[in-house]
Design a protein around this ligand. Structure first.
Ligand code: NDP
Length: 296
């Protein structure tokens, strides 16, 4: 029986000695959406699981990951700042996550810890679900951090050309060289200070993706992308989900661009993780509604 979100608060059953544990590990962890999102799905599906949040300092990461084995925790989400550093403590890494150089999900398969990156998969799924066709497209992507790497690797599989724009050259060059090792498409990079080059790149592009943290709550009035760089045919995507409409998305909408926020990416990466851990597909509508309720 499917239940509404309203009913969830009175349906929550107590864990027993047989209850299987899932968790999220990060620091800070207080504002994570994952606890509500995954527990809502567990309750909705009547599974004997519970999803908990653990604030873990970098110095304690190795002990925490060993603890996953000791406590037979079935799966874990990994968030800031551990997505890269955690990799050395795992037994196996999925090939795409190895290429990306970061993981956000661990599955404990009978004591073997496997790492996967569902951020990129969740991102590309959200683009496809929006109805946008990536075939033959040229893309400008702002950022070269963890989210950028995940998105760029999945985009490069589908598109014709990509340009990376970033504040620091070192991480931009590193991302470009890793992409070039894996994909045979034109890949360029410009520093964020090169306004004229960026404007020209965007002018000839179909889609713009912001994967930087600029514009994220509480700095909601910030935006790296000048409105004068945009044109109405551009599909503008921001991986930020708080706020739902970043300044970038507001400015792009106001000149007629189609836009997409990071909330579907967030929900999709969670769905992929949940299914991997439990073998059961959660209800996307419910998961998204729970996230929207927390955000609004
Ligand atoms: P990282 O710290 O790995 O990367 C941050 C990026 O932002 C880098 O490219 C960095 O540039 C750039 N940046 C940071 N500050 C500035 C600044 N002042 N000026 C210019 N550029 C700046 O973070 P993540 O990649 O993990 O996360 C980035 C965003 O993506 C966050 O807002 C996060 O919430 C969101 N996210 C959303 C997900 C979703 O499911 N929707 C999933 C994962 C992340 P530089 O290299 O120069 O430092």
């Amino acid at each position: 029986m499917k239940i509404s979100i309203k009913d969830l608060s009175i349906m929550i059953t107590s864990p027993t000695s047989k209850t299987k544990v899932l968790c999220i590990i990060g620091n800070p962890i207080e504002h994570s959406m994952s606890v509500t999102m995954h527990n809502a799905s567990i309750q909705n599906l009547g599974l004997d699981y519970v999803y908990l949040a653990f604030k873990v300092l970098s110095n304690d990461l190795s002990s925490a990951i060993n603890g996953l084995k000791a406590f037979k925790i079935k799966g874990a989400s990994i968030t800031i700042p551990h997505k890269i550093s955690v990799m050395k403590y795992l037994d196996k890494i999925e090939p795409m996550a190895e290429n990306i150089g970061a993981i956000n999900t661990i599955k404990n398969e009978n004591g073997i810890l496997i790492g996967r990156n569902t951020d990129g998969e969740g991102f590309i799924k959200s683009i496809k679900e929006s109805g946008y066709n990536l075939k033959n497209k040229k893309i400008v992507l702002f950022g070269a951090g963890g989210a950028a790497r995940a998105c760029a690797f999945y985009l490069a599989k589908e598109i014709d050309e990509i340009t990376i724009i970033n504040r620091s050259n070192s991480s931009m060059k590193d991302l470009i060289s890793k992409l070039k090792l894996n994909y045979d498409i034109p890949i360029k990079g410009f520093n964020l200070s090169k306004s004229e080059d960026i404007k020209n790149e965007i002018e000839g592009s179909d889609m713009l993706v912001n994967t930087t943290s600029i514009g994220m709550y509480p700095n909601v009035n910030e935006n790296l992308v000048k409105q004068s760089w945009l044109h109405p045919k551009l599909f503008v995507v921001d991986v930020i989900y708080s706020p739902l409409q970043t300044k970038l998305l507001q400015e792009a909408s106001s000149i007629g661009c189609n836009v997409l926020s990071g909330v579907d990416m967030l929900v999709n990466q969670g769905i992929l993780a949940f299914k991997w851990w439990t073998g059961v597909s959660p209800d996307k509508k419910l998961m998204k509604q729970v996230v929207l309720d927390e955000l609004i």
